[in-house]
Ligand binder design. Structure first.
Ligand code: C2E
Ligand code: MG
Ligand code: MG
Ligand code: MG
Length: 289
């Protein structure tokens, strides 16, 4: 195609690519340095019972602010680490950090962690994950790994093997961003998942677009039939929460309940909830006597 466009077009095109590559390399170097300098951070977003807001778990989300580049979105640096071949070391430092925090939460609060698509094509992933959990001392039954449809489909055989090994030690698997990938529902039967996260694009339209509501209804029915736990992503308004409850979805996350924040905030949220419970119990006891 570029041949037909002539020489000048090619020059512009390749200069753009070169510029992009230079920028990519700059970010790559900064990112590699940040990993070694232990500057990568993990934030935690609460996953709650929609009915009363009680905390079920937290999703770990990677955060990086570079001195020169400023805040860089994980939507940028995760794919870069995947492309340039160091997603393993990035994941290792992030999972280690997340697990260290999760270890100090009450045992019924789970940690949800995003696994990169590249790692589902790597047969050593389950051993690597287990080694990290062992060294930190986090019970695998408290960990949930989020994977995407696209990741599963790129190498279904290895993915199935990795998923089965992870589940064998008690780690749960959640299918992330459900509804946005290109897999067929039929193919999903071949994999053992525990949870399905309904993508934010459906939740954000659920009270305004009938078709979004119908899709969510269908996903919830599928989850019920296949014994998968549904989790709604990106709940921002009380109306969306009410609609989800009406449709039978009890668990979710979103700005309505809390944005991702530092580890300290996760402990504060857990403490506040415990205090609320204690006060409610005291009131109930007081009214009895
Ligand atoms: P994701 O796993 O689907 O994570 C949910 C994203 O939606 C997060 O963006 C979160 O901050 C955002 N979000 C949550 N609730 C709301 C809401 O109510 N409204 C809106 N507008 N957004 C909401 P974030 O942190 O920028 O992460 C983007 C993506 O980057 C993640 O999507 C995930 O695919 C990837 N990612 C983040 N951290 C990691 C990580 O540690 N490892 C890997 N492999 N991927 C990660
Ligand atoms: Mg996720
Ligand atoms: Mg998601
Ligand atoms: Mg999403």
């Amino acid at each position: 195609r570029s041949k037909r466009r002539g020489r000048s077009q090619i020059t512009v095109y390749s200069e753009e690519i070169a510029e992009e590559m230079r920028f990519g390399t700059e970010v790559e170097q900064a990112l590699r340095r940040a990993i070694i300098a232990d500057e990568m951070a993990v934030h935690f977003q609460p996953i709650v019972c929609i009915r009363d807001g009680t905390i079920r778990g937290f999703e770990a989300l990677a955060r990086w602010t570079d001195r020169e580049l400023g805040f860089v979105s994980p939507g940028v640096f995760i794919p870069l680490a995947e492309e340039r071949g160091f997603i393993d070391s990035l994941t290792e430092t992030l999972l280690r950090k997340a697990a260290r925090t999760a270890k100090d939460w009450p045992a019924n609060v789970f940690l949800s962690f995003n696994l990169s698509s590249v790692q589902l094509t790597d047969p050593t992933t389950s051993l690597n994950v287990l080694a990290i959990l062992n060294s930190v001392g986090l019970d695998p039954r408290r960990l949930e790994l989020e994977i995407t449809e696209t990741a599963v489909m790129s190498d279904p055989e290895t993915a199935a093997k990795v998923i089965n090994e992870l589940r064998a030690v008690g780690i749960r698997i959640a299918l992330d961003d459900f509804g946005t990938g290109q897999s067929s529902l039929g193919r999903l039967r071949d994999f053992a998942f525990d949870k399905v996260k309904i993508d934010r694009s459906f939740i954000s339209e659920i009270t305004v677009d009938r078709s979004a509501e119908h899709i969510v209804r269908a996903v919830l029915a599928m989850c019920e039939g296949l014994h998968l736990m549904p989790i709604a992503e990106g709940i921002e308004t009380p109306e969306q929460a009410a609609k989800l409850l009406e449709l039978g979805c009890d668990v979710g996350q979103g700005y309505l309940f809390g944005k991702a924040a530092g580890a300290d905030r996760s402990f504060a949220m857990i403490r506040e909830e415990q205090d609320r419970l204690i006060r409610a119990r005291e009131r109930a006891n007081g009214s009895e006597s």
